[in-house]
Design a protein around this ligand. Structure first.
Ligand code: B1M
Length: 211
């Protein structure tokens, strides 16, 4: 097993200490941070999800895997954020109401920072009113909504509707994403765009803001 592939195992088994140590070593050896995310970290979380689905894993194992992923990601986030130079625009981002999944949202947030955006991260389980308040107060160019649960996808629509009701919808573009979200869903709820992954979210955000 290669040194880097031990990171996959460490995350999957929820070994935070090992996950952080292996990530540190890989970064010190000059491995591209995005390669670490895409080849080890995301597949490990996917496998944890698969095991959860077939009842090999339960919520505690998911939590441990998430904690290991987050520990390793903390080392990578600043490096992703350093990549950008030009201020590209201001973004308000959050995981929608009822949804506690924030690892993917954090990655999107880091990639946007790396793409030169000023990012205002509202966290997870964000109520529509908080998005409205942030748009009113911070005047962003773009609102990014993340959802990982099919049951919280409707919160994306509720959030867009709340922006409409507050008379703010024309002031911002809305980008949506997350594992269960599709391009069609984005169209149905009146979003301006759909990002399939964190890397794709950056060029999309730029394109939407230019429109
Ligand atoms: Co939960 N969970 N979870 N979970 N969890 C999933 C999502 C699930 C698919 C697992 C499964 O059954 N296979 C399933 C959802 C099923 C469904 O709705 N169809 C599920 C479930 C059911 C649940 C609970 C209901 C379990 C329970 O309590 N019975 C519960 C719900 C809690 C809640 O939110 N109210 C729950 C809880 C949890 C934990 C708290 C234990 C933990 C989250 C910890 C945390 O985030 N802080 C957790 C985890 C870790 C997962 C899995 C295993 C991994 C998610 C993850 O971090 N992936 C997940 C299974 C899976 O996804 N394979 C699962 C890695 C991350 C990098 O990917 O978030 O997809 P992702 O982000 C990607 C893209 O989606 C995209 O870019 C990212 C990077 O490329 N993206 C965007 C995301 N947001 C974007 C926004 C954009 C653009 C792109 O633009 C704005």
């Amino acid at each position: 097993m290669s040194e880097l592939s031990k990171l996959y195992e460490a995350i999957l088994t929820g070994d935070s200490k090992a996950a952080v140590a292996i990530t540190k070593e890989a970064l010190a050896a000059g491995t591209d941070p995005l390669e670490i995310v895409n080849t080890q970290m995301v597949p490990a979380m996917d496998e944890a999800g698969r095991r959860f689905e077939c009842e090999e894993y339960f919520v505690p194992e998911l939590l441990l895997a998430a904690r290991a992923m987050k520990g390793a990601l903390e080392l990578i986030r600043p490096l992703l954020a350093e990549r950008g130079t030009e201020p590209a625009g201001r973004v308000v981002i959050g995981t929608v109401k009822g949804d506690l999944h924030d690892i993917g949202k954090n990655l999107v947030s880091s990639m946007l920072e790396g793409g030169g955006f000023e990012v205002i991260d509202l966290g997870a389980d964000v109520a529509p009113e908080r998005f409205v308040e942030a748009v009113r107060e911070r005047n962003p160019d773009l609102v990014c909504l993340s959802a990982l649960l099919t049951v919280t996808m409707p919160s994306m629509k509720t959030t867009i509707d709340a922006l409409k009701d507050a008379g703010l919808r024309d002031r911002v573009r809305v980008l949506v994403g997350g594992a269960p979200v599709t391009e069609q869903w984005a169209r149905e709820i009146g979003a301006d765009g759909y990002g399939p992954n964190a890397a794709a979210a950056v060029p999309l955000a730029r394109k939407l803001i230019m429109k």
